[in-house]
Design a protein around this ligand. Structure first.
Ligand code: GDD
Length: 330
């Protein structure tokens, strides 16, 4: 059985990827940091097939020990401080985990290596946030980076160090430049889930207001379940390379809100939404739209879930969950 090692396994993508790889016959090892991490407990309950390995992206010896234990064929580095807004307040921590964490993981792989015939393959979760103040539209693998947040800066370092280690040491190391990807497993701090959850609660009479920041930002939103397949495909190629993963469509935050309210039969949503400066960012990424032609041609990858279905799926999931929690029959 092939063996996969995933950092960030308790997050949205980690869970989707663990499920996907398990379905393909992999033994799945997931790195979890900290003592009595509550997210680890819920992961074990949801996915008992995952072998939990202790480790921390801030601690190189722990990464070496984790790889020694898991002996993986493939390493997926999804662990990061991933919330852009938080990165403005915890910039140093973000640089350490989201940026230097990649370097530590690569060093750990160099130390453990795998066999000559079967070297460890490495996937890095790069991000469309690296394009920031975009230099061209749509964005491709060749678009220059201009990050607009400490998170984006850290991801650029991670991306560049993967290229450097590939070129310097011949590692099989790839980066997926993933545009925003969402779904019912998305954390409540991200705008799509914040909206889908609030819309569900407003429909059920459990909440009366949704307080947000910039409604004009445009994002290329896909479904996380589709995107983890692209991660795996990248590691199955003859040569390592970097790929943009995106839908090629862009929508404003306002459009997402509109569709979410429409899903529960509310057409005039203006009375429910208020803007608060505290949710605006010191610097914003105004427009993201990706061109995934290279992934389509070389990996045979296609996004399956369209924008309207994504919004509907998230709202319906939150309606069912919030109704069940409140004991409301739908
Ligand atoms: N989170 C949040 N909360 N965002 C808001 C809000 C709010 O109340 N109001 C408006 N927004 C706007 C943000 O300013 C941003 O322009 C947009 O909604 C999306 O914000 P997020 O959902 O937090 O995602 P992100 O685009 O900043 O970052 C996500 O995508 C990246 C890929 O481009 C994260 O998943 C990153 O980890 C990922 O790399």
């Amino acid at each position: 059985m092939p063996r996969a090692f995933i950092t960030g396994i308790t997050g949205q993508d980690g869970r989707h990827l663990a499920e996907f790889l398990h379905g393909r016959g992999y033994d799945v090892y997931g790195m979890v940091k900290g003592q009595s991490n509550p997210r680890a407990q819920s992961l074990v309950e949801e996915m008992p097939f995952v072998e939990i390995v202790p480790g921390d992206l801030a601690d190189l010896p722990s990464l070496v020990a984790a790889l020694e234990l898991a002996q993986p064929d493939e390493v997926y580095n999804l662990g990061a401080i991933s919330f852009v807004a938080l990165s403005f307040n915890q910039a140093e921590l973000t640089a350490n985990i989201t940026g230097l964490g990649v370097l530590r993981m690569l060093e750990a792989i160099r130390m453990i290596g795998g066999t000559q015939n079967n070297p460890i393959r490495f996937y890095q979760a790069s991000s469309s946030e690296m394009f920031g103040k975009v230099r061209e539209t749509p964005q491709t693998e060749g678009t220059p980076f201009h990050p607009r947040s400490p998170y984006g800066c850290a991801k650029v370092f991670g991306h560049n160090i993967v290229v450097n280690y590939r070129e310097s040491y011949g590692l099989y190391a790839c980066s997926g430049i993933l545009f925003n990807h969402e779904g019912p497993r998305r954390g409540i701090e991200f705008v799509t889930r914040k909206v889908s959850n609030a819309v569900a609660r407003i429909k059920l009479g459990l909440q009366h207001e949704l307080v947000l920041g910039n409604l004009d930002a445009k994002r290329d939103w896909g479904y996380a379940g589709d995107y983890v397949e692209a991660m795996w495909l990248m590691l199955q190629q003859d040569e390592p390379d970097d790929f943009v993963i995106a839908t090629g469509e862009t929508h404003t935050v306002g459009e997402f809100i509109e569709r979410a309210f429409a899903e529960v039969g509310i057409d005039d949503w203006s009375g429910y939404v208020r803007q608060d400066p505290k949710f605006f960012r010191p610097a914003e990424v105004d427009l993201l739209i990706g061109d995934a032609s290279k992934a389509r041609e070389q990996l045979g990858w296609e996004p399956r879930m369209a924008f309207s279905e994504l919004v509907a799926t998230m709202v319906q999931h939150d309606l069912a969950t919030e109704a069940a929690k409140a004991g409301i029959a739908l």
